[in-house]
Design a protein around this ligand. Structure first.
Ligand code: ADP
Ligand code: MG
Length: 179
């Protein structure tokens, strides 16, 4: 089966300290890396970003690029299940969440009633554009000017990485030395 190329954005703002939020991102990344039919190609830095919507803690955001035999709809279904498994409860629109997984970009665009790729808000979100450009630098001609117009990169607090041990995907967060 043909491989599709996808970039998934990861975000967490519960709990509020770096450890808990980074653990949520790692849980999400590990779960994505463990999906059947998914191969992790690249992981991004982690950025700390201001929330959009109701008052809530700051977010950690990152991205993972994958090659997958799954179609976009099947991938979204798996991602929503991972959000639920990681404790996400949808209470308030754009409210605080343990883990948010969005398909930011794909090699094949999608426009269906419940799925839009590239993500509909990508161009207005520095927290999505910055990690996307790290894992998909060839998209710079299109997206780098949008990130610049939004004020550039949010602050980098660390990076995500992925290792496979005994057939298990193991996600790690390494905090930047400067913090
Ligand atoms: P947001 O991420 O904008 O805060 P939600 O995570 O609550 O909002 O929204 C999830 C819903 O958005 C999904 O159930 C899905 O139907 C829809 N959606 C549309 N396009 C995408 C996309 N590219 N990635 C993820 N979800 C998407
Ligand atoms: Mg989402």
């Amino acid at each position: 089966m043909a491989l599709g190329d996808f970039v998934i954005g990861l975000g967490s703002n519960l709990g509020s300290h770096l450890g808990a939020r980074s653990e949520n991102l790692c849980a999400g990344l590990g779960a994505i890396g463990s999906l059947v039919g998914v191969q992790v190609l690249a992981t991004s830095s982690v950025f700390e970003t201001d929330p959009i919507g109701p008052p809530q803690p700051r977010y950690l955001n990152g991205a993972v690029r994958i090659a997958s035999t799954l179609g976009a709809e099947a991938l979204l279904e798996r991602l929503l299940a991972i959000e639920v498994a990681c404790g996400r409860v949808r209470r308030v629109r754009w409210g605080a969440r343990t883990l948010d997984l969005d398909i930011l970009w794909a090699s094949t665009p999608v426009h269906s009633p419940h799925l839009t790729i590239p993500h509909a808000h990508l161009h207005e979100r520095a927290f999505a554009l910055a990690p996307l450009l790290e894992v998909a630098p060839e998209l710079g001609a299109l997206y780098a000017p949008m990130l610049a117009a939004l004020g550039g990169e949010p602050s980098r607090v660390g990076r995500l990485s992925m290792a496979v041990q005994n057939g298990h995907a193991l996600a790690r967060f390494q905090q930047s030395l400067a913090i």
